[in-house]
Design a binder for this molecule. Sequence first.
Ligand code: TXA
Ligand code: MG
Length: 326
Amino acid sequence: MQQFDDSRGTRVVAADDAGIAYAAGELREGRLVAFPTETVYGLGANATDDPAVSAVFAAKARPYFNPLIVHVLNLAQAAEFVELNPAAEALGHRFWPGGLSMVLPRRAACRLSLLVSAGIDSVAIRSPAHPVARALIERAGVPVAAPSANRAGRISPTTAAACCEELAGRIPTILDGGHSALGIESTIVGFEQGSAILLRSGAIPREEIESVIGKTDQPRERGISAPGMMPSHYAPRVMLRLNAAQVRHGEALLAFGAHPLPGSQHVCNLSPTGNLHEAAANLFAMLRALDASGAAVIAVMPIPNAGLGEAINDRLSRAAAPRDPR
Ligand code: TXA
Ligand code: MG
């Protein structure tokens, strides 16, 4: 088991066999582990252990009204905790394991900590595809509650180093499984009175969801919603200026496509070939890099709004939203 101890007391463990076994033991004993998934890194806790789930909120400084996604191996395990419906089963068959979370009614007397639902009567549930995440859930032998492994309101981590930047000194263990290949959080679908609602755009484009279950609705103001979808979220320290047509003096540039705007010293290109999958995979790491560049503003070139572009533009507009000074 390769590992190194961060000076702030967080142990980074390579996700080999021994590392996964160690992390699974930590989860079983009620401690937190940041671990890789194919979307972003999660901050995991045994979802049946109240103090462990509570520790997730504390480590992230996450408001207790914002519920967590529970990670399981498959639909059969999900059915222990939530009530499936035909559309959910169809989506699960098509997209699990993968970047889809579904919000479903909690089963009465289910073993999950009430804290994962943050006081509401549903549970968001997902079966991740990343082999390390799967091995971890399997070896721990428990469902794993995991929000993205960042401090509340900040950019989701797609590497172990980014988890360290966010949470070193606040959690005991980070399991290092390399880069998250998709790079953007799961798509979240809820169900209400027979219709499916897209609660959060994400790793699986709306069009693909709709090819299985037909048209999805937007969240209604008074119906279910993803409480964590605050306007200001995914926020870097610097300001973002979206849909930039030119670069202003001193700005960093988040480019897209073959013709990055001229005039910036700090340029990251989400995808020189205009590929939205590549852009999603690069988004959070590049926001972090430009955040650290010292520029006061990041100009962001326009990104097409189809397919994965919907989720990318959602995250960018939240990152650009006005927020409290920090
Ligand atoms: O890709 C992902 O989904 C990652 C990886 C680690 O699985 N997780 C993730 O979790 O993004 P988090 O906590 O950062 O975002 C979950 C979102 C939040 O906006 C939360 O409010 C919403 O899901 N959510 C969780 N449980 C819910 C529920 N029962 N009803 C409605 N929304 C829920
Ligand atoms: Mg998050």
